[in-house]
Design a protein around this ligand. Structure first.
Ligand SMILES: [Fe+2]
Ligand SMILES: [Fe+2]
Length: 213
């Protein structure tokens, strides 16, 4: 079992590395609480989401020349890349979403388009994305009930710890964005609010799709 190692950004301490999913199969297969296909679907959506998150920040960095936005995006990109590297080994090679190229393009555009408009749109977009990720991880964490004897197997609990660590990073990312947005001093326009709504709705649809494909 790996020991704790220092985090590369300021938000979290890296959790213990979960066992590969093949090992987890013995822990959760056949339970009525968290059947393995459910766990695979959860982790597939996490993997696709983190892949998209990496591309969002890459899209921002490809476009913006604003020093504040670049610093913001670089910090967040490091966390998302770490999340992706921690979740990826939990899936067998054939288990990630087959639509990953689509999620990459969608993620990149979700970062690049707001970056083209300006910092406030970037911060509003990130608040919407990270609000979604917070809720997404919260639902999965809840499904691995620590009081459920079938979920108390150490590998499954280490998955839960990883999801909690990812969630705490997403919450920090979410909470950072509104303060930076408010520094612009203007209320959100109708167009901006429509964009933010579409980002949240698009994220929900994407997760539903990639749980199955
Ligand atoms: Fe993440
Ligand atoms: Fe994040």
């Amino acid at each position: 079992m790996n020991s704790y190692t220092p985090a590369t950004d300021r938000h979290t301490v890296e959790p213990e590395k979960p066992a590969p999913l093949q090992t987890l199969a013995g822990a959760v297969g056949g339970t009525r609480y968290l059947p393995l296909p459910t766990l695979v679907a959860d982790l597939r959506s996490d993997h696709a989401g983190e892949s998209g998150a990496v591309m969002i920040y890459r899209g921002i960095l490809a476009i913006t020349r604003d020093a504040g936005v670049r610093h913001f995006a670089q910090q967040h990109l490091a966390a998302e890349a770490r999340h992706l590297s921690q979740i990826e080994p939990l899936l067998a090679p054939q288990q990630p979403s087959r639509l990953l190229p689509l999620w990459h393009v969608a993620g990149w555009l979700t970062g690049a388009l707001p970056a083209r408009v300006g910092p406030r749109m970037v911060y509003a977009t990130i608040e919407a994305v990270e609000t979604f990720f917070d809720q997404h991880y919260a639902e999965q964490i809840e499904s691995i009930d620590p009081h459920d004897p079938h979920s108390s197997h150490p590998p499954l609990q280490s998955v839960r710890a990883l999801l909690q660590a990812c969630r705490s990073d997403e919450i920090a990312h979410r909470d950072e964005a509104p303060a930076l947005f408010a520094a612009g001093g203007r209320p959100a326009s109708l167009a901006l609010r429509c964009w933010v709504w579409s980002v949240g709705a698009g994220s929900r649809v994407a997760v539903k799709i990639c749980r199955g494909i």
